[in-house]
Ligand binder design. Sequence first.
Ligand code: TTP
Ligand code: MG
Length: 395
Amino acid sequence: MMQRWIIHMDMDAFYASVEQRDKPELKGKPVVVGGLGNRGVVSTASYEARRFGVHSAMPMATARRLCPQAVFLPCDHETYARVSEQIMRILADFSPAVEPVSVDEAFLDVSGMEWLYSGPQEIAGKIKDRIRSELHLTASAGVAPNKFLAKMASDMKKPDGLVVVEPGKEAEFLRDLPVRKLWGVGEVTAKALEARGLLTIGQLAQSPDELLKTLFGNQAQKIRELSLGMDVRPVTPEHEAKSIGAEETFEQDLHCAQTMQAVLLQLAEKIGFRLRQGGLAGRTVTLKLRYGSFRTITRRCTLAAPTQTDEAIYRMAADLLAEQKDVETGVRLLGVTISQLEPARPVLCALFEDQEEKGRRLSGAMDRMRLKYGAGAVMHARLAQKSDKKERNET
Ligand code: TTP
Ligand code: MG
């Protein structure tokens, strides 16, 4: 079988690097980008500012205290989105299979293309060169037999890094890394693992089935595979996406149904936005729910006609959630996915304007605002209530 080679590219201190590039007087200086208001949150910090302990998702007030001499800037989403497009265009020159993950990162499947170069490492080097020479920015690359390891590798030698994981060295690469580096292992789980003496991914990989079952429920097998460096997920280019999904893991388990609904609306907005950007509509909505005990369930529901509105996606997801009786015991993750995608049909005549079309026009107007002013520019009123309490750290 052909050796699979995946590259994960991730820009270094993305927003801050763009600001430093466009304002040369900021080069070499600590720069902090994010919400500058009273309850603002740091989006990112330049590597100079990180040396003072400033990092993403930190309250801006804390950042100001840690590094008062930094230059503080608001997010310029329009510029970052433009640069992001330029990055994705460069990546597309190296592989037909590019899967953007966020504004500044993407996976590429370069299997079978190594012969064009002297190997996958050279492809990653060439991508970095082009980003540097054309965009005057640096990126870090991870090259590995699968997505999980490629992502871990790109993070190993930031900034301007390039790390290769050779086939056969998967488990060895992970062995001594702390458990909290594993996908799906957050702060709370890491603590629980450490309390049982499981400090490294290698120790987790070697632990008995029974223990993994107790800790991770029906996710045990997945966790075992990941900890051994096994991951078969394909790189899925956006235009071929079979489903579009979003999920959120909470720092603390949620117990309140209303808060869960607000999260679902937020997820529905994200998915709806991506559907409409891709000119797609979907028919089946799947709710993923992980309890505090790690028990994970999925429930799905199929609509009579495909939709691309936030409202329809939200209603389905909220209905599915309402059918689950024991959510008050604590929920650690909520996810929503829409599948059975097809190209959205243009609406033929305003006379037949129905609920779907109204929702579509509202969603479309919100999308235009988001493209212009950033992801958090507009939101449904129910979400505005939620974010009154906690300023959103938006990307
Ligand atoms: P990241 O790639 O996570 O961070 P980064 O590119 O700034 O730094 P690194 O070198 O470690 O990769 O995120 C990309 C951008 O997304 C980041 O520049 C700003 C934005 N972002 C937020 O707005 N909030 C967040 O909490 C995070 C993590 C990122
Ligand atoms: Mg980055």
